[in-house]
Design a protein around this ligand. Structure first.
Ligand code: 1HE
Length: 270
């Protein structure tokens, strides 16, 4: 695959804990704190927030990865010591804002995972829409061992992916899941060889970027909300969203293209 990613300019270039590059409709956001295993300090969580609420106009899909041997070692534990109770609430809410900015970004986000994806790192991965894991990836929630609890939306997002029982197991017993186990339980959608994650993640992002923006928006913003609704409300929300999507010029063009034999068919992946 040829990649021609160029460094971001302007505000995004000033975010020194992220390495942000762009290739047409795809933005690649790499956590860039490898000496601290990409653990998430206050400046790093703030920079993630800033990045995802300021995606350039041209961007239609995003990839998040980590520099160095690990995706992310979670919360920067050195910052936890001596935070008072009020500060702790605000800190958690700051993480919620950042990860909401990712889950409800304007575009879908693909996480490329390798090495440790633990604690807040797993919370970050869970706020993305698709997860690609290299064989080296492993998943854990060491909060129990550290005497704390998840605070970056993990209790809301992780059970929706793997269920309360599996999340409880990770937290209570210190169990760690490898990439294959992550795939079996639906935490990751693709497992690839070590070193092949980014290529896969970028290929998926390029494919996602060819969809109609309103369809992608419906999937990332409306689908999870429907999943949270009771059946009756969910069906009504679905009908309204379907009507909005169908009536966009984009949908009309794409439907006509298929009917006139100008659009691709649905075939088995090679
Ligand atoms: C850190 C952190 C960190 C590394 N906060 N500094 N997260 C954890 O409990 C995971 C803690 N980290 C680890 O288990 C290991 O560091 C790793 C398995 C991820 C990587 O091991 P390794 O051998 O490659 O690196 P290392 O030697 O342990 O760490 C390298 C440096 O990064 C070292 O600093 P140095 O100054 O001595 O070089 C480490 O101290 C530093 N480092 N991880 C701070 N997490 C919103 S609530 C979320 C709650 C949580 O995320 S709890 C889970 C926290």
């Amino acid at each position: 695959m040829t990649t021609t990613f160029q460094p971001a300019t302007g505000l995004l270039a000033s975010l020194d804990l992220l390495q942000i590059t762009l290739d047409g409709p795809v933005i690649h956001v790499r956590l860039n704190r490898p000496a601290k295993r990409n653990s998430i300090s206050d400046p790093l969580i703030q920079q993630l927030h800033t990045c995802f609420v300021n995606l350039p106009e041209q961007v239609k899909a995003a990839v998040v990865s980590g520099e160095g041997a690990h995706f992310c070692a979670g919360l920067d534990l050195s910052e936890l010591v001596e935070r008072d109770i009020g500060g702790a609430v605000l800190h958690s809410r700051m993480w919620h804002a950042a990860f909401d900015a990712i889950q409800f970004a304007r575009v879908p986000v693909v996480a490329v995972l390798h090495g440790a994806v633990v604690g807040g790192g797993l919370e970050l991965a869970s706020s993305c829409h698709i997860r690609v894991a290299e064989q080296s990836a492993y998943f854990g929630l060491p909060e129990g061992q550290r005497g704390i609890f998840v605070g970056g939306g993990g209790s809301v997002r992780i059970p929706r992916l793997i269920g309360v029982a599996r999340m409880s197991d990770l937290m209570l017993t210190g169990r760690v899941f490898d990439a294959q186990e992550g795939a079996q339980m639906g935490l990751v959608s693709y497992v690839v060889a070590d070193g092949a994650g980014l290529e896969k993640g970028i290929a998926l992002a390029r494919r996602i970027a060819t969809n109609a923006p309103m369809s992608n928006y419906a999937v990332t913003h409306v689908l999870p909300r429907i999943a949270d609704q009771a059946q009756s409300e969910g069906l009504m929300t679905e009908a309204l969203m379907a009507a909005v999507a169908e009536s966009t010029p984009d949908a009309q063009d794409r439907l006509r293209a298929f009917l006139e034999g100008r659009a691709g068919k649905v075939v088995k992946s090679s």
